[in-house]
Design a protein around this ligand. Structure first.
Ligand code: F6P
Length: 342
């Protein structure tokens, strides 16, 4: 067989580990060839690619980012995008495509499969962990570990200065990173998009904490969290999939906390640090298992499927199940995190 592979959407640690696994399994066990399209769906539309061999993918397990680069290109927004994709699949003698991505990339893959007959298999990637039908996406564990380490560092400086430190984390409209990172890093309050921000609750928690002799507090806020009065942040731009560009809630919140509590408050926005650098061991193993299984699915001609983690098993699920709706935070976990607030 000849396979194409692409990485779309925001990058995350573990993408290269999937590429390496797909190539190793294809070459070693199926004698198949692989090419990699550059910059997500843009690369297959513009026919930009490189051959992927054992030597071009060697040593990738520890390397963050993606050697294929990525973009948030939506081919359904381009003139003849879908038919150009099919044409370039044929002109490169490709039998199938492996698309590694999140909600948007897998959403395009599903439309290409169901409406245009593309032979495609998906691999779920995103630091946000907001894809349905899989227990975890790779990249999430690395992001959580980065948040945890940041909170450990913020603790020592917050304590030295008797400050409240607000840490804004990514995650788009799901509070997975905030909740996991906040629990692991011992946050004194965590705010997630799934529950409107109630200023009174935070202020009470911080004051309660200070009244029992703790002169500093750490507050984790997800970039997608919103105030209960529905206040909308101004100047929000949209990307090519129509998603709002988030960010800025941390600063807004810090000003309110300082005003309402009288405690000096500062903000740290972790931003793209959460997507950079080497994957954790967990993400390396998950990405490798996903890559090998995606390659097996392609060779069994099980198209329209996504590899998924279910318990500790890697399974094949319909791509549709993953992209039908967003996987938001399990509020049982958030309620447990609340035991440690204040
Ligand atoms: O989906 C991953 C993610 O990092 C989100 O958490 C965040 O909202 C968004 O991408 C940021 O996108 P960009 O890299 O385009 O700024």
């Amino acid at each position: 067989m000849r396979l194409g592979i692409l990485t779309g959407g925001g990058d995350c640690p573990g993408l290269n580990a999937v590429i390496r696994a797909v190539v190793r399994q294809s070459v070693k066990n199926y004698k198949s060839e692989v090419i990699g399209f550059f910059e997500g769906w843009k690369g297959i539309v513009e026919n930009m690619y490189m051959p992927l061999t054992l030597s071009t993918t060697s040593g990738l397990i520890r390397k963050g980012g993606t050697i294929l680069r990525t973009s948030r290109t939506n081919p359904f927004k381009l003139a003849n995008g879908p038919s150009v994709i099919l044409k370039n699949m044929a002109s490169n003698n490709l039998d199938a495509l492996i698309a590694i991505g999140g909600e948007d990339t897998c959403g395009v893959a599903y439309k290409m499969f169901s409406e245009h007959g593309l032979n495609v298999v998906c691999v779920p990637k995103t630091i946000d962990n907001d894809l349905n039908a899989t227990d975890f996406t790779f990249g999430f564990d690395t992001a959580v570990n980065i948040v945890c380490e940041a909170l450990d560092r913020l603790h020592t400086t917050a304590e030295s200065h008797n400050r409240v430190l607000v840490c804004e984390v990514m995650g788009r409209h799901a509070g997975w990173i905030a909740c996991y990172g906040g629990i692991a890093g011992g946050a004194d309050f965590i705010l997630v998009p799934e529950k409107p921000i109630c200023v009174n609750e935070i202020v009470t928690a911080i004051k309660t904490r200070h009244s029992r002799g703790k002169d500093f507090s750490i507050v984790v806020v997800a970039e997608g969290a919103k105030f209960d009065n529905n206040e909308i942040l101004k100047d929000q731009e949209l990307d090519s999939f129509g998603h709002v560009k988030l960010g800025g809630i941390g600063d807004q919140l810090a000003k309110i906390i300082e005003k309402e509590t009288g405690y000096e408050t500062r903000t740290t926005v972790l931003g793209h640090l959460q997507r950079g650098g080497s994957p954790t061991a967990f993400d390396r193993v998950l990405a490798t298992r996903f890559g090998v299984m995606a390659c097996d699915l392609v060779h069994k001609q099980e198209f329209g499927k996504m590899v998924a983690l279910s318990g500790n098993e890697i399974k094949a699920v319909p791509i549709k199940d993953a992209v039908d709706s967003l996987r938001t935070l399990d509020m049982k976990l958030y309620d447990m995190a609340g035991i440690f607030f204040g």
